[in-house]
Design a protein around this ligand. Structure first.
Ligand code: ZN
Length: 387
């Protein structure tokens, strides 16, 4: 990242001799830019996914009523994603706040648009994106505006490749990529800017042979299938930080008044070569590594628990560009090898119902199970990891 910045500065300091003329000024009443440049990742559906956010501000004295927001390939002007008003109203969050979605941006308001572009893997990668906003300014005499804003590079680096974080079958990739909200939209205003460390996080849960997440008393961690499973280092690396002393929460509800510093519960942050992996909510006393320890891929480093901001035992895992679990930017990753045995097409509501009642999840088996290499298992895939 620093090297890229250095290169950018170098280019800025020594502009090419034959400069192209500066662009003509064009009035854009709504200004927009990406919060972080998108990085492509191949998903288990065979598509390439871009998940990122656009920050917008309405600099006009009138309400901006959006009718269309398009993501275009900047070179060819081909639309890669077209969102009409109804879809915009689900993805444009006023002030970046979840639950404050609208297709209208008031005078002087800011918003964050959560974008997901899925591309056919066969098409050539898109190096540069631009965004076309179609809107009406509700002045006394309304004005229709079409503006092209927020040109952004697509990061060219391939996603980091990880080994298995858990071993066994029935693991549920919960709240995963790319259109769920609990991680993908976990935008936080921290230290003076928006951060989104959990953009590609997965909450790993586990079902038994009857597709249940737990059996018996839902308020006891031991009732859950995944509780106490061994957690593995996903790559060779160095432990940056860990915690081992926080008590289990009672499953069934999120804890109240938990300090933000305890949200991850007992955790491990691993530096795996300039990118960082967070393991959260580990069992008290199970964490086997402390800051400075070297680990090898496949080493057992802790056990799945229910500590911190957790309402059912699970392993929260994400990859980020810095060592802080909250202040970093979340980046995509792939697993080197895994098998998908089923998918829950009934969505997060079904997961939540299974977690609340103990009913079996509504899983559609993949017959035969499908083996994958170097892709990201998408939301609600049922995954088997082996050594
Ligand atoms: Zn999580």
């Amino acid at each position: 990242m620093k090297f890229v910045l250095f290169l950018a500065l170098l280019v800025a300091a020594f502009p090419a001799a034959a400069q192209s003329p500066p662009p003509d000024p064009v009035l854009t009443p709504v200004v927009a830019d990406t919060l972080y440049p998108p990085q492509a990742v191949q998903g288990s559906d065979g598509k390439v996914h871009l998940v990122y956010e656009l920050g917008l501000a309405n600099a006009s004295p009138a309400v901006a009523e959006f009718s269309k927001i398009e993501v275009l390939d900047a070179r060819t002007q081909t639309p890669l994603l077209t969102l009409e008003r109804e879809e915009i109203a689900k993805r444009l969050s006023i002030g970046g706040r979840r639950g404050a979605e609208s297709a209208d941006l008031g005078a002087g308001q800011i918003a964050v648009m959560f974008l997901h572009v899925a591309l056919d893997a066969e098409r050539p990668p898109t190096p540069l994106l631009v965004h076309r906003l179609t809107l009406r300014l509700l002045l006394a005499n309304p004005i229709d505006v079409v503006e092209t804003v927020a040109e952004t590079d697509v990061e060219r680096a391939p996603p980091v490749v990880l080994g298995a974080p858990l071993i066994g079958k029935g693991y549920v990739a919960a709240d995963g990529c790319c259109d769920t909200v609990r991680h993908v939209r976990a935008l936080l205003p921290l230290n003076g800017r928006f951060t989104l460390a959990q953009r590609f996080a997965i909450d790993w849960e586990q079902v038994d042979d009857e597709n249940r997440l737990f059996k018996g008393d839902r308020h006891v961690p031991e009732s859950y299938v995944i509780y106490g499973r061994e957690v593995l280092a996903v790559a060779d690396g160095t432990v940056i930080a860990s915690r081992n002393d926080l008590p289990e929460q009672i499953p069934g509800a999120l804890p109240v008044n938990l300090p933000i510093g305890e949200a991850d519960g007992n955790f491990i942050v691993l530096d795996i070569g300039g990118v960082y992996v967070l393991y959260a909510h580990l069992q008290p006393g199970s964490v086997l590594v402390a800051a400075g320890a070297q680990v090898k891929r496949g080493d057992i480093i802790g056990k799945v628990g229910n500590t911190g901001n957790s309402q059912a035992p699970h392993l929260h895992l994400h990859v980020m560009d810095g060592p802080s679990p909250l202040l970093s930017n979340g980046i995509p990753y792939v697993f080197e090898s895994f098998t998908i045995t089923a998918i829950d097409h009934a969505g997060t509501a079904d997961l939540d119902a299974a977690e609340a009642t103990g009913k079996p999840m509504e899983l559609t088996p993949l017959v035969p199970p499908q083996h994958f290499q170097n892709v990201l298992p998408l939301d609600l895939s049922i995954v088997e990891f082996s050594r």
